[in-house]
Design a protein around this ligand. Structure first.
Ligand code: AMP
Length: 402
C-alpha cells in the first residue's frame, strides 16, 4: 500500500477509557503508519503525559528510566515537528534536532528507533559516535542535510572543532540520561555543546534523567525555560505486589512443569516468557497440541495477527500467551495472574518488565521462574537488581509427573 492510500482506518485500535491512542494525537500519517508498523497500540504513560506537552513546543524535564518508552516519546515529537514544517535546502552538518546520550550503545539504539519511526518519511538521521572511523563519519555528514543527529558528547565536540558540524540551526535539543552523562564526567563537554546551540529561548529543550539530584536540577535551571515536569516511577514498584517463586529444574523437566502448573492449578491468563523466538514458537505449538489454548507473540508474528492475538488474550479466548521480551514490552493487559519465566532473562531489567505484566494496579500476581543448569547462574544478578532475595525450591513431585 502506498503512503498516499494509507489512512488511520488501516490501523484499528479500539478506543479505551483512560488510555491514549496514537490516533488521538493528530500525528502526520507517515508517522502514524510507522508507529503501527512498530506494533504500538496505546501510548505508554510517559508518552501519554509528555507528548501533548512537547507537541505544543514546551520544554520538558522527564524522570523516567529505560523501558518506559521515553525514546519514542521524544522522537515522535521531533518527527511530528519536522514533518509539519519542512525546511528544504539546508546545509549538510547542521541538524534540526540534536539528541545527546552518554553511550555509543544508547546512541545506536535511539538512531535505530528513529529510523523505524521515519520509515515513511524522508527525514535523515545521523549518528555521531566514537569508535567508528572518523573519515567515514565525515563523508556521511557531507552527503546531505541532516534532520536528527544522535550523538555522544566526545565525538560531537571533535566534529564541532573541525567545523564539520554546526549547531546553529538546532530547533530541538534532547539530553537523554542526563544523570549518567553527569556521572561519566561529560557535563563540561555537554556545556560546550549547549553553548553552540541557539539560546534556550530559541529552541525546545527536553531533558531526561532517572534521578533528579540537585546537580541535575541546576542543569535544568540553566538550560530550560519554564519546563513541564513529567515523572514516571520505575516499574519495579509493581514488583512489590508480585509473589516471586523460583523452581530449580532440569531443561528436560521444564515443559512438563509448565503444563502441570497450568492444568493442575487451573491457571488462566498466563504470560510465558522465553528468550528466543524459536523457543516461543515451539512452546506455543506444544501447548496447543496438549489442548491448551495458547498463542505466540514475537517479532515473527505479523502486526495484524499480533493485534488479534492480544485481543483474544484480553478476552480470555487465549489462555496462555507465549512471548519474547521485545514483544511483551509495553503490553498492558489487566488481570494477568501469572507470569512464567520459561527461560530467565539475561538482563535484570527484562525480569522486572516481565513480572510487571502481573500484579498491576495493586492487584496480586505471581511470577514463576524456571532456573535450570543453563541459566540458574543469572539469579544473583536479578536479586541484586530487585534488591530482594529469590529463594529457590524444587517443584513438588505432582508438578513433575506425567
Ligand atoms: P525505551 O524506554 O525508549 O527504551 O523503550 C522501551 C521499549 O518499548 C522499546 O523496545 C520500544 O520499542 C517499546 N515501546 C515504546 N513505546 C511503546 C508503546 N507505546 N507501545 C509498545 N511498545 C512501546
Amino acid at each position: 500500500m502506498s503512503t498516499d492510500t494509507w489512512t488511520p482506518e488501516h490501523y484499528p485500535v479500539e478506543s479505551v477509557e483512560g488510555k491514549t491512542r496514537f490516533h488521538d494525537l493528530d500525528l502526520p500519517h507517515a508517522l502514524l503508519r510507522a508507529i503501527q508498523d512498530l506494533g504500538f497500540e496505546y501510548c505508554s504513560p510517559i508518552q501519554a503525559e509528555s507528548l501533548p506537552l512537547c507537541l505544543q513546543g514546551k520544554d520538558m524535564v522527564g524522570k523516567a528510566q529505560t523501558g518506559t518508552g521515553k525514546t519514542a516519546a521524544f522522537l515522535i515529537n521531533l518527527i511530528d515537528t519536522f514533518l509539519r514544517q519542512p525546511k528544504p535546502g539546508r546545509k549538510p552538518g547542521a541538524p534540526r534536532a540534536l539528541v545527546l546520550a552518554p553511550t555509543r550503545e544508547l546512541v545506536m539504539q535511539i538512531a535505530r528507533d528513529a529510523e523505524g519511526l521515519c520509515k515513511y518519511s524522508t527525514l535523515r538521521i545521523q549518528q555521531i559516535v566514537g569508535g567508528i572511523d572518523y573519515q567515514k563519519q565525515r563523508e556521511e555528514l557531507r552527503e546531505g542535510p541532516c534532520d536528527i543527529m544522535v550523538a555522544t558528547p566526545g565525538r560531537l565536540i571533535d566534529f564541532l572543532r573541525q567545523n564539520e558540524i554546526s549547531l546553529r540551526d538546532v530547533e530541538v535539543l534532547v539530553l537523554d540520561e542526563a544523570d549518567r552523562m553527569l556521572d561519566m564526567g561529560f557535563i563540561p563537554d555537554v556545556r560546550r555543546i549547549v553553548r553552540a546551540c541557539p539560546h534556550k529561548d530559541q529552541r525546545q529543550t527536553i531533558l531526561y534523567s532517572a534521578t533528579f539530584s540537585q546537580a541535575i536540577l541546576d542543569l535544568v535551571e540553566r538550560w530550560t525555560v519554564n519546563p513541564e515536569t513529567v515523572i514516571i516511577e520505575p516499574e519495579s514498584v509493581a514488583t512489590e505486589t508480585v509473589e516471586q517463586i523460583v523452581y530449580i529444574t532440569t531443561a528436560d523437566e521444564k515443559y512438563q512443569l509448565l503444563r502441570n502448573l497450568i492444568v493442575k492449578n487451573e491457571l488462566h491468563k498466563v504470560m510465558v516468557f522465553a528468550n528466543r523466538r524459536t523457543v516461543v514458537n515451539k512452546l506455543a505449538a506444544r501447548l496447543k497440541k496438549d489442548g491448551i489454548e495458547a498463542a505466540e507473540l514475537s517479532g515473527d508474528v505479523p502486526q495484524k495477527k499480533r493485534i488479534t492475538t492480544l485481543d483474544n488474550f484480553k478476552a480470555g479466548k487465549v489462555r496462555v500467551l507465549v512471548a519474547t521480551d521485545v514483544a511483551g514490552r509495553g503490553i498492558h493487559i489487566d488481570g494477568v495472574g501469572h507470569v512464567v519465566n520459561f527461560t530467565l532473562p539475561e538482563e535484570p531489567e527484562d525480569y522486572v518488565h516481565r513480572i510487571g505484566r502481573t500484579g498491576r494496579a495493586g492487584s496480586e500476581g505471581t511470577s514463576i521462574s524456571f532456573a535450570d543448569e543453563e541459566d540458574g547462574h543469572l539469579i544473583p544478578a536479578l536479586e541484586a537488581y530487585i534488591k530482594r532475595s529469590l529463594p529457590s525450591q524444587r517443584p513438588s513431585e505432582d508438578l513433575l509427573g506425567e
